[in-house]
Design a protein around this ligand. Structure first.
Ligand SMILES: NC(=O)c1ccc[n+]([C@@H]2O[C@H](COP(=O)([O-])OP(=O)(O)OC[C@H]3O[C@@H](n4cnc5c(N)ncnc54)[C@H](O)[C@@H]3O)[C@@H](O)[C@H]2O)c1
Ligand SMILES: [Fe+2]
Length: 372
């Protein structure tokens, strides 16, 4: 039986922070990073929560959160015993918070502690991972990225507010924006896609097509900024229901071993994955049609869409291939067997349109390194 779930309530718009005023809890635990504290975003949240409350801030989350940092945070959370937990930040704080809740529940189960379910509010400040509407949490363990998926990690509320995205550095807009495109694209070509996920994925792709470059060029303009936030959220709902694909599995692997940000790794890999996904050429062509790109045949449509991706990468200043990042080839070549093993084990690989042999993975990884 197939399923399409729409769990988090989504509060959005410029006044969406007012939702926090309606919450009547006494104990709030805020999971965030140092940048959110210094930008005074944490203060904006606390202001809305009102008086006579007890707030504890955990701001030690780093980009690509590690298992160790989650363990530390779980202890602090259990000691504080919050009624409501608020994740504020990009995918890293939101994913860390999800994992804390997941492992915190496990500890409570072991101790046979009965407690009220903690309300979970996710407030994204990047557009983005879509983590505010997904049951995924991506953690780093040593030189591996592990994607966990469990419905218990879905937030109760996703609170979108375009105010937070004004301060985004250009590189973060580029990396997270191309991540949105990867989510919607992989959701659309996934073996588990369905009419519900397709409608959201296509809308997200259209919004990225129209608004990502304007948002990248000037994050102060409201319309592109808020539309990329919608695209991020739509793509998150789509891929949470249809799964992702090897673009993400490869990005997880290369990101963890070569220290490349999540979105950047996805962007570097994307045109080469489009080429190997032969079973999805008709779908890439359909997307090209939707975007009014030349698509008189499947071949032409797929080619037009790939060219669009290549031009977008240039506009966002995302490197064409790994060689351009200055990664030494000998080191890369040595790691290829490990890469292939990790890619095959990644939970995103299962529903990718094509199943690749080791030989095909080697060819693909060499293309990703050298470019065409
Ligand atoms: N859970 C999911 O479904 C999912 C999906 C994709 C990626 N991920 C994971 O999410 C993480 C990446 O998240 P991300 O790309 O959102 O980046 P991030 O959370 O790591 O943030 C990147 C940088 O941007 C800064 N930043 C965030 N918001 C800002 C703002 N408004 N103004 C100024 N600076 C800001 C952060 O402090 C940080 O330094 C990775 O670990 C990735 O694997 C998760
Ligand atoms: Fe992603």
């Amino acid at each position: 039986m197939d399923n399409f779930s729409l769990k988090p309530d989504i509060k959005f718009g410029e006044d969406s922070l007012d939702f926090l005023k309606t919450q009547k809890f006494k104990r709030y635990f805020i999971v965030t990073d140092k940048v959110m504290v210094s930008l005074k975003f944490v203060d904006k949240i606390i202001e809305k929560l009102g008086s006579n409350i007890c707030v504890k801030i955990f701001s030690d989350v780093t980009p690509n959160p590690t298992v160790e940092s989650v363990e530390k945070a779980v202890k602090e959370m259990l000691v504080f015993n919050p009624e409501c937990i608020i994740a504020l930040g990009g995918g890293s704080p939101i994913d860390a918070c999800k994992a804390m809740l997941y492992f915190g529940d496990k500890v409570k189960d072991e101790l046979k502690e009965n407690s009220e379910k903690i309300k979970f509010i996710a407030i994204p400040t990047t557009s983005g991972t879509g983590s505010e509407v997904t049951s995924y949490s991506v953690l780093t363990a040593g030189d591996k990225k592990i994607a966990l998926s469990n419905d218990s990690m879905l937030p109760d509320i996703a609170l979108l507010n375009p105010l937070f995205m004004e301060t985004l550095p250009k590189k973060v807009i580029a990396d997270t924006g191309i991540d949105v495109l990867t989510h919607s694209l992989e959701a659309y070509v996934s073996k588990k896609s369905n009419p519900f996920t397709n409608s959201m994925a296509i809308e997200a792709i259209k919004l990225v097509y129209k608004y990502l470059v304007p948002h990248y060029n000037d994050s102060k303009i409201l319309i592109p900024r808020e539309n990329i936030q919608y695209a991020s959220c739509l793509a998150g709902i789509a891929f949470n229901n249809s799964s992702l694909g090897i673009n993400h599995s490869i990005a997880h692997t290369l990101g963890a071993k070569l220290h490349i940000s999540h979105g950047r790794a996805n962007g570097i890999v994307m045109p080469y994955v489009i080429d190997v996904n032969t079973n999805a050429y008709n779908l890439y062509s359909k997307i090209a049609e939707e975007l009014k790109l030349p698509a008189s045949s499947v071949e032409e449509g797929k080619k037009s869409f790939k060219i669009y991706v290549e031009i977008l990468k240039e506009k966002l200043e995302i490197p064409k291939c790994l060689k351009d990042l200055g990664i030494p080839f000998e080191e890369y070549k040595r790691l290829i067997p490990e890469f292939i093993c990790d890619i095959k084990n990644d939970i995103c690989t299962e529903y990718s349109p094509n199943t690749l042999s080791d030989e095909e993975y080697i060819k693909l990884l060499l293309k990703i390194y050298f470019g065409e």
